[in-house]
Design a protein around this ligand. Structure first.
Ligand code: PLP
Length: 384
């Protein structure tokens, strides 16, 4: 077995060798600015457009509807601020969920300070949004609904197709943060009736610091980042050509492997869950069992804190997470778990294991054994 046993693919993934190879020439050989007219620039431009086609194909949209960004966080900011601003005259009511990533929650909080009204939809104890609750809350002044495609902590997959249909019928824009779902679940943005969709390369074996925003043709949306006419005026700034090439390559590979990887990982995940409940008493699986990302394992261990568990796992060569990477280091229980109705005490014992391409059954066997011993020791110490 190889060490470290990396089980934190929701935080980030290694760049795939094929992706690295595809990116390499664009650092120091084909380094032209894609906005330049000479052939060195145009060669870079061609690579960017090929990547745009690859990303568009995975989402079943037109390449012109893809805007490259610096990652998921920028895509979320651009989607929300751009849609809220462009539709300000129509209304200021925006709908969201309490389990979004901070890349959505923080721009919304800032829009609230600018006079927008942000309303949070309820989620059930597995983190699922009921589309009927969306229907009930849509108002004449609602301009945007944002619901993530899949949750980064607990892996719950949301009914975005139903929500998209409701929004479209009422003339309300629908954004989805698909950073965790892209490349893992089929996402046909047209069929799902999504208007804006955020994605990021580093969750799918691409490089960090590059992502994209799908902006459906013709919607009312204003650009977020000013400073140049790049991306047909939709995002100023010299394009990150190697990053874009990497994203395009990574998206193509993920789409091709999606079906087989999804089946393989779901089987590993479900096998782990079955053994977890049988072998470690006092564990509680969090999130929906079936409407779930294939690579997400999330549970809480009663009577034990997440942090000492993580440290013990790290000492045994296992990389895991107590929640989202962004809140790592904080002892506050996750806002996602609290929104599901978990007690603060139980939420402090949360552990997330997210599997990836290199994850084999033996790594999960080892993790389960290590975890069982760790929980036994920590409970014996009364370490809470
Ligand atoms: N949205 C979700 C659901 C995420 O999981 C993440 C990353 O953790 C982001 C947004 C931010 O993406 P990026 O790291 O590319 O800025």
């Amino acid at each position: 077995m190889e060490f470290p046993v990396y089980l934190d693919h929701a935080a980030t993934t290694p760049v795939a060798p094929e992706v690295l190879e595809a990116m390499q020439p664009y650092f120091s050989e084909i380094y032209g600015n894609p906005s330049s007219l000479y052939s060195l620039g145009q060669a870079a431009r061609e690579a960017v457009e090929t990547a745009r086609e690859n990303v568009a194909r995975v989402l079943c949209v037109s390449p012109e509807e893809i805007v490259f960004t610096s990652g998921g966080t920028e895509s979320d900011n651009a989607a929300l601020r751009g849609a809220a601003e462009a539709n300000r005259a129509k209304g200021r009511h925006l709908l969201t969920t309490p389990i979004e990533h901070s890349a959505v929650l923080e721009p919304l909080a800032s829009l609230a300070r600018q006079g927008f009204e942000i309303e949070s939809l309820p989620v059930d104890s597995e983190g699922v949004v009921d589309p009927q609750e969306v229907a009930r809350r849509l108002r004449p002044d609602t301009t945007l609904v944002t619901v993530m495609a899949a949750n980064n902590e607990i892996g719950t997959v949301e009914p975005i197709g139903e929500i998209g249909a409701l929004c479209r019928a009422r003339g309300v824009l629908f954004h989805t943060d698909a950073v965790q779902a892209f490349g893992k679940l089929p996402l046909d943005a047209r069929a799902l009736q999504v208007d804006l969709l955020s994605l990021s390369a580093h969750k799918i074996y691409g490089p960090k610091g590059i992502g994209a925003l799908y902006v459906r043709r013709g919607i009312a949306w204003t650009r977020f980042q000013e400073g140049g006419d790049q991306e047909k005026g939709r995002r100023g700034g010299t394009l990150n050509v190697p990053g874009i090439v990497g994203l395009g390559k990574a998206a193509g590979i993920a789409a091709e492997a999606m079906e087989s990887e999804s089946a393989r990982l779901s089987a590993l995940r479900d096998g782990f869950f079955a053994r977890l409940e049988a072998e470690i008493p006092g564990t509680r699986i969090i999130g929906n069992r079936t409407q779930r990302l294939p690579n997400n394992i999330h549970f809480c261990v009663e009577g034990v804190e997440g942090e000492p568990m993580l440290l013990a796992l790290d000492a045994a060569g296992i990389c895991a997470s107590a929640g989202s990477a962004c809140s790592a280091g904080s002892t506050e229980p996750s806002h996602v778990l609290l929104a599901l109705g978990l007690t603060r005490e139980l939420a402090r014992g949360a552990l997330r294991l997210t599997l990836g391409r290199q994850t084999k059954a033996e790594a999960l066997d080892y993790t389960l054994q290590t975890l069982a011993a760790t929980v036994r020791d920590l409970r014996a110490l009364g370490a809470r």
